[in-house]
Design a protein around this ligand. Structure first.
Ligand code: NAP
Length: 513
C-alpha cells in the first residue's frame, strides 16, 4: 500500500515516571518526531486515570499508547485484564493509537466494539524474536491480524540474514491495510531506514543512544539528518556499503548530504552482509543501484560479479558493484585511484610539482603493509605508477602472492620493523590495525617510522590513527584515509547516480572529519 502521507517517525518515551516522559515528549517534538509512543510498562508506578490524563493531555504530538507485557518483550508482569483496561481508558481519554498484541487483540477489540472513539486507531502487533518466517507465513499472519479488526497491522521479526528484510519490504509494499513492518537486530537495520521507500506506516526512532526500546533503533537525528528520511519515497534509489562489520563506516555521512544537496532521489545505507553471492541474487532489483564493498568481501565480490572492469580484474579485488539495467553486476576497483591520487597529490604539493606532470611515485620505493583487497589495490597502483613495491603482511604467503604478481619483494610485518628504507620511501598501511575500537594499535613500531618520506594510512576511523600520530611525531609527512575515502568515492558516486561527481562538495561535507 503506498503510504500517501509518507512514513511517520514514532519516538518511544521510556521514562520511569510520568514527569520524565513529559520531558522526553517535548524533546521528541523539538527533534522532529511525528508521533510519541508512551510505553506504560516502563513506568515504575502507574495510576491509570491520573497518568493517562496527564500524558495524553500534555503530549505535544499524537500518542501511541503501548502497555507491553513480558510475554511479548515488554516489562509488564501483571494480569491482562488490568492491562487491557488501561488501553480502553487511554482510548476514552483521547489516545490517537493504542498498540495491542495479536494474542489478545480480539479480546480488546470485541470489548469496545460500539464504543471505539472514531479518531483512535488500533495497532495490532506481533513480535517474532527468533527469525523472519517465509513470505507465505508472514502474509497469512497479516491476514489473520487484519481479520480481528486491526486498523494498522504491525509485524516485527528478527533478521538472521540481511535477505530476510526483503520479505518485510514485500509485506509493507503490497499490504492493503496500513502496515508497520520491521526486522530487528543489526541485519535488519535497513528496514528501519528504508520504510518510506517500501510503504511502511511508521518507523521507530530513539532520542539518544541508550534510550531505545529495541536494539538497532536509529536515533531520530540520524534518521532525519543522515539518512534523509523525509525525502524518501517509492521511487528513491538505494545504494550502500556491504561488509561485515559496517558500523564504523563514514560513507553514509558522506554520500547522503551530497545526494540531498544535488537533489538526487536516493539514499546510502549500511548493509551487514554475510554471504555476497546470496545477497546479490536477492537484492537484484532496480531499487538498488549499487554498493561499495568493504572488509571482508572485496575478493568474494570479485568472484560474484558477472563482469569485471579490467583494473579490478588485474588487482584481484572489487570495492564497487554496480547493477546494470539488464540485472547483471559489474565490479570496479576505485580504491586504487583514491589512495594513489591522495598520495600523489601530497607529494606534488611537497615538491611544488604542477598537475599533469608525470607521477611523483615513479622510481620511488613504496612499502605496502597488508595483503587484503586494499593491499592489492595499492600494490597494483604503485607499480602502475612506476614505483618499486615491497609488501609486508602478517601472513607471509599472501604478501608473497602479491609480490610475485607485481614483481616486488615480500616481507612479514615483523621483518618490516627492522627494514631500512631508502630516503623518500612511501609507507602505506592497508591492514585494519588501528581501526576503531583498537585505536591505540599500530602495525609498525614508532621507532621504525622516522626513515620514511611519507606515511599513508587507509584506516579512516579514527582519522588520526596511532600510526599517523606516531609518524607526525617523528617528523614524517602524512596522508589520511579520509583523503582516500573521498577520492575513491567520486567514481562510485558517478556510477550510482549517473551524474558528475561534485568534487568540491565532497571535500566540504567531509571537512569536519
Ligand atoms: P581485508 O581484505 O580483510 O585485509 C585485511 C588485512 O589486514 C590483511 O592483510 C590482514 O592480514 C591484515 N590484518 C588484520 N588484522 C591484523 C592484525 N591484527 N595484525 C596484522 N595484520 C592484520 O581488508 P581490506 O578491505 O583490505 O581493508 C583494510 C583496511 O583498509 C580497513 O581498515 C578498511 O577500513 C580500510 N579501507 C579504507 C578505505 C578508504 O577509503 N580510506 C578504503 C578501503 C579500505 P592477514 O592476511 O594476515 O590476515
Amino acid at each position: 500500500m503506498s503510504n500517501e502521507g509518507g512514513s511517520k517517525i514514532c519516538v518511544p518515551v521510556l521514562g520511569e515516571s510520568a514527569e520524565q516522559m513529559l520531558v522526553q515528549m517535548d524533546k521528541a517534538k523539538v527533534l522532529g518526531a511525528d508521533l510519541v509512543e508512551i510505553r506504560l510498562d516502563y513506568l515504575q508506578s502507574f495510576e491509570p486515570r491520573r497518568d493517562l490524563e496527564l500524558l495524553i493531555g500534555r503530549c505535544p504530538l499524537p500518542t501511541v499508547i503501548t502497555y507491553r507485557p513480558k510475554w511479548e518483550g515488554g516489562k509488564y508482569e501483571g494480569d491482562d485484564d488490568k492491562r487491557l483496561g488501561a488501553l480502553r481508558l487511554a482510548m476514552e481519554l483521547g489516545a490517537d493509537y493504542v498498540d495491542v498484541e495479536f494474542k489478545v487483540a480480539s479480546e480488546l477489540i470485541n470489548s469496545i466494539s460500539q464504543r471505539k472513539p472514531e479518531k483512535c486507531k488500533v495497532i495490532v502487533s506481533s513480535h517474532n524474536f527468533d527469525n523472519t518466517p517465509s513470505s507465505d507465513d508472514i502474509g497469512n499472519l497479516a491476514t489473520r491480524m487484519q481479520a480481528v479488526g486491526a486498523d494498522i497491522v504491525k509485524i516485527v521479526t528478527t533478521a538472521l540474514d540481511i535477505t530476510d528484510v526483503l520479505r518485510i519490504f514485500q509485506l509493507t509494499r503490497n499490504s492493503q491495510v496500513p502496515m508497520i513492518g520491521l526486522a530487528m537486530n543489526e541485519r535488519g537495520f535497513i528496514s528501519r531506514l528504508l520504510c518510506p521507500k517500501f510503504g511502511g506506516y511508521l518507523t521507530y526512532a530513539c532520542l539518544e543512544k541508550g534510550q531505545s526500546s529495541a536494539l538497532w533503533q536509529p536515533k531520530i537525528d540520524d534518521l532525519l539528518n543522515i539518512f534523509n528520511f523525509r525525502l524518501l519515497g517509492p521511487n528513491s534509489k538505494v545504494a550502500g556499503l556491504i561488509g561485515n562489520p559496517v558500523g564504523h563506516s563514514k560513507a553514509a555521512t558522506m554520500f547522503n548530504p551530497i545526494f540531498k544537496t544535488v537533489g538526487f532521489d536516493g539514499v546510502y545505507v549500511p548493509f551487514l552482509v554475510d554471504d555476497v553471492p546470496n545477497f546479490l541474487k536477492s537484492f537484484n532489483s532496480p531499487n538498488f543501484v549499487g554498493w561499495s564493498c568493504t572488509i571482508p568481501h572485496k575478493e568474494e565480490a570479485l568472484r560474484s560479479c558477472d563482469e569485471l572492469d579490467p583494473i579490478a580484474k588485474s588487482i584481484g579485488a572489487v570495492n564497487t558493484i554496480i547493477r546494470k539495467p539488464d540485472g547483471k553486476f559489474i565490479g570496479y576497483n576505485t580504491d586504487y585511484f583514491g589512495a594513489i591520487s591522495a598520495i600523489e597529490n601530497k607529494l606534488r604539493d611537497l615538491q611544488n610539482l604542477p598537475d599533469g606532470t608525470g607521477s611523483p611515485l615513479a622510481g620511488k620505493l613504496f612499502v605496502v603493509m597488508g595483503a587484503g583487497g586494499t593491499g592489492k589495490a595499492l600494490s597494483y597502483g604503485a607499480k602502475a605508477k612506476g614505483a618499486r613495491v615491497v609488501i609486508a603482511n602478517r601472513t607471509y604467503s599472501r604478501a608473497k602472492e602479491i609480490a610475485d604478481s607485481v614483481g616486488g619483494e615480500a616481507l612479514t610485518l615483523a621483518e618490516l620493523a627492522n627494514y631500512h628504507p631508502e630516503e623518500g620511501t612511501v609507507l602505506a598501511n592497508t591492514t585494519s590495525v588501528g581501526m576503531q575500537p583498537n585505536d591505540n594499535e599500530s602495525p609498525i613500531p614508532k621507532h621504525s617510522l622516522k626513515r620514511y618520506g611519507l606515511v599513508f594510512d587507509a584506516v579512516y576511523t579514527p582519522k588520526m590513527t596511532r600510526l599517523l600520530r606516531d609518524a607526525e611525531e617523528s617528523g614524517v609527512t602524512i596522508v589520511t584515509g579520509v583523503d582516500m575515502l573521498i577520492i575513491q568515492a567520486y567514481e562510485q558516486y558517478e556510477r550510482f547516480t549517473n551524474l558528475p561527481a561534485p568534487k568540491e562538495l565532497f571535500w566540504e561535507v567531509m571537512s569536519g572529519y
